[in-house]
Ligand binder design. Structure first.
Ligand SMILES: Cc1cc2nc3c(=O)[nH]c(=O)nc-3n(C[C@H](O)[C@H](O)[C@H](O)COP(=O)(O)OP(=O)(O)OC[C@H]3O[C@@H](n4cnc5c(N)ncnc54)[C@H](O)[C@@H]3O)c2cc1C
Length: 466
C-alpha cells in the first residue's frame, strides 16, 4: 500500500510515526511546505518568550525519515490532487501516486485586508517566530493585534523580553470565545500588571511605520506589529479536488472524506461540524487513522474531543473548558472573583455534571476540575470544596494519592495516571523516562508538574514500602 501525507505539521508528522510504528511495509511519502523538520508548533509561544530555544521544539530527529524508510519532501508544497489517477502533483512537478491520501494541511494565519498589513508579521510558523524575535531586538515598542490565546501569549512573551507592548482586540474583552466578560477583565488587569497595555473594542484600520492606526483615528504606537487574528483551515487543495468542504474538509468518524481513499486530520478537518484548533484532537485523529489504514484496529473511531484550553504565559495561570458562557437561566453557576488578586473561578454545572469552567489565577483545583469535566461524571455536592480544594480540611483531590488511575494527566497525548504508574512500574523513575515511554508532557507541556508529582509520589511510596 502507498500512503501519501500532505502536510508535515503536528498532525501529519504524528500520523507518519503512528503508521510506521504499526506497519513496517507500507510505503510512506510525506510532503511538507515548510523547510523545517517537523516541530512542536504549540511551543512557539515559549520560543517567543525565551523559555524554550528553537532547537528544543523539534518533533523528530533529522535522521528519523531515513531510519524509518519514509520518503519526505520538505520545503515542497503539494499543488494538486488528481483523484481519477490517485496522484498528487507537487510544486517541483513531481507526480506521486497513492492508494491512501491523508490531508494534514493545518490552518493559515488570517491576515486582515488593511493597508500596510505587509509591515506586520503573523504568528503561526517557526519562520514567523524567528522574524518576530529578530525584529524585537531592534524595536522600541510592539503592537499585537488579536487578544485570543495566541495574541496574549505573544504579547506576554514580548513584554517578558522587556519590550513595551500594546495588545489590540476587536471584541469587548479578551479571549471572548473561552471567557466571560468578568474573566476577560481580570485577565486584562493581570496582563496590564505585567507590562501589556490592553485596548479592547478597537479595530485596526492601517499599519504605519510608527504603529497601528485605529478606526477611531488614534494611533497605537509600535515599530513591531504582530498579527494574531485567528486562523482559517487550509482547504484549497481539497476544494480544487472536489472534496466536500464546509469550514474544514468534512470527515466521518474514521476521518474519511467523501472519497474513501482520502482522509483529513488536524486543523484542516471538520468532524461533526467542529474544526478543532488544538493539538490533542489532531493527535487523537492521527492515531485513529493509523489504526484504520493499517488495519491495526479496523473499528477505531474518532468521536470528538472535549477541549481544555490552557494559557502558556509566564505568571498568568488560566485554564478554560467547555461551555463557559451558560448563565443561571440554563445552568447552575458557581463563581468567585477577587480582582485585586487576579483570581476568577467559575463552574458551570448542568444535571449535576461539570460542563464548563474558568480558572484564572493560581489554583490547586485545575487538575481535579479538568478530570471531572473530562469524565463528565456526577459532581460532589460541596461546590465550595471544588473551587477551593483543601478548604474543608479534606486532602486536595488532585494530589497523586487521590487521583484515580483513569484520570487524564496529559491532555495533549491522552495519558492517564494509570499509564504513568504502569510506566513507573516498568522502571521509569523520572519525567524524562515517562515522557519517552508515554509522550506525556511532550505537547503543550503544562502537565509537567503533575507528572513530576505522580512520579515523585510513586518513588516516595517505594521508599516507604522498602
Ligand atoms: C503559537 C501557537 C501556540 C499554540 N498553542 C497551543 C496550545 O497551547 N495548545 C494546543 O493544543 N494547541 C496550540 N496551538 C495550536 C496547535 O499548534 C495546532 O492545533 C496544531 O499545530 C495543528 O496541527 P496540524 O498538523 O493540523 O496543523 P499545522 O501544525 O499547522 O501543520 C500543517 C502543515 O501542513 C503544511 N501544508 C499546508 N498545505 C500544504 C501543502 N499544500 N503541501 C505541503 N504542506 C502543506 C503547512 O506548511 C504546515 O507545516 C498553538 C498554535 C500556535 C501557532
Amino acid at each position: 500500500m502507498r500512503l501519501l501525507v500532505i502536510g508535515n505539521g503536528m498532525a501529519g508528522a504524528r500520523l507518519v510515526g503512528e503508521v510506521r510504528a504499526r506497519d513496517k511495509d507500507i510505503k510512506i511519502t510525506v510532503f511538507g511546505a515548510e523547510t523545517w523538520q517537523p516541530y512542536n508548533r504549540v511551543l512557539l509561544s515559549n520560543v517567543l518568550a525565551g523559555s524554550s530555544g528553537p532547537d528544543q521544539v523539534r518533533l523528530l530527529d533529522p535522521t528519523w525519515y531515513g531510519e524509518h524508510d519514509v520518503e519526505a519532501f520538505l520545503g515542497t508544497r503539494a499543488v494538486q490532487i488528481d483523484r481519477e489517477t490517485r496522484t498528487v502533483i507537487s510544486e517541483d512537478g513531481r507526480r506521486t501516486p497513492y492508494d491512501v491520501l491523508v490531508l494534514a494541511t493545518g490552518s493559515q494565519a488570517i491576515v486582515p485586508p488593511i493597508p500596510g498589513v505587509d509591515r506586520a508579521v503573523p504568528f503561526r510558523t517557526l519562520d514567523d517566530c524567528q522574524a518576530i524575535l529578530a525584529a524585537s531586538r531592534t524595536s522600541a515598542r510592539a503592537v499585537v493585534i488579536g487578544g485570543g490565546l495566541l495574541g496574549i501569549e505573544a504579547a506576554r512573551g514580548l513584554a517578558g523580553r522587556g519590550l513595551p507592548v500594546t495588545l489590540l482586540h476587536l471584541a469587548d474583552h479578551l479571549m471572548e470565545r473561552q471567557l466571560d466578560a468578568e474573566a476577560g477583565l481580570v485577565l486584562g488587569e493581570t496582563l496590564a500588571g505585567l507590562g501589556v497595555e490592553i485596548r479592547t473594542g478597537v479595530s485596526a484600520a492601517e499599519i504605519l511605520p510608527e504603529g497601528v492606526r485605529l478606526a477611531d483615528g488614534t494611533l497605537a504606537e509600535g515599530d513591531l506589529v504582530v498579527l494574531a487574528c485567528g486562523v482559517r483551515p487550509e482547504t484549497e487543495l481539497a476544494e480544487q479536488a472536489g472534496l466536500e468542504v464546509r469550514r474544514g474538509v468534512v470527515v466521518d468518524d474514521e476521518l474519511r472524506t467523501d472519497d474513501p481513499a482520502v482522509f483529513a486530520i488536524g486543523e484542516c478537518a471538520e468532524h461533526d461540524g467542529v474544526v478543532y484548533g488544538l493539538v490533542a484532537p489532531a493527535w487523537e485523529q492521527a492515531s485513529v487513522v493509523a489504526d484504520v489504514i493499517t488495519g491495526a484496529a479496523k473499528d477505531a473511531r474518532y468521536r470528538g474531543s472535549r477541549l481544555v484550553t490552557r494559557l502558556k504565559a509566564k505568571s498568568v495561570e488560566l485554564a478554560a473548558m467547555g461551555e463557559t458562557h451558560l448563565t443561571e437561566e440554563h445552568a447552575e453557576v458557581v463563581r468567585f472573583s477577587h480582582r485585586a488578586k487576579g483570581t476568577y473561578r467559575k463552574l458551570v454545572i448542568r444535571d449535576g455534571r461539570l460542563v464548563g469552567a474558568i480558572l484564572l489565577g493560581e489554583s490547586a483545583a485545575v487538575g481535579t476540575l479538568t478530570q471531572l469535566f473530562d469524565r463528565g461524571g456526577p459532581l460532589p455536592g460541596d461546590r465550595a470544596g471544588l473551587l477551593f480544594p483543601g478548604l474543608s480540611g479534606a486532602p486536595v483531590a488532585d494530589s497523586p494519592v487521590r487521583m484515580p488511575d483513569s484520570a487524564k494527566v496529559c491532555q495533549c497525548n491522552n495519558v492517564t495516571k494509570g499509564q504513568i504508574r504502569a510506566c513507573w512500574e516498568s522502571g521509569a523513575r523520572d519525567v524524562t523516562a515517562v515522557a519517552a515511554a508515554t509522550r506525556a508532557t511532550t505537547g503543550c507541556g503544562t502537565c509537567r508538574d503533575a507528572v513530576e508529582g505522580i512520579v515523585g509520589w510513586l518513588c516516595e511510596q517505594e521508599g516507604v514500602s522498602a
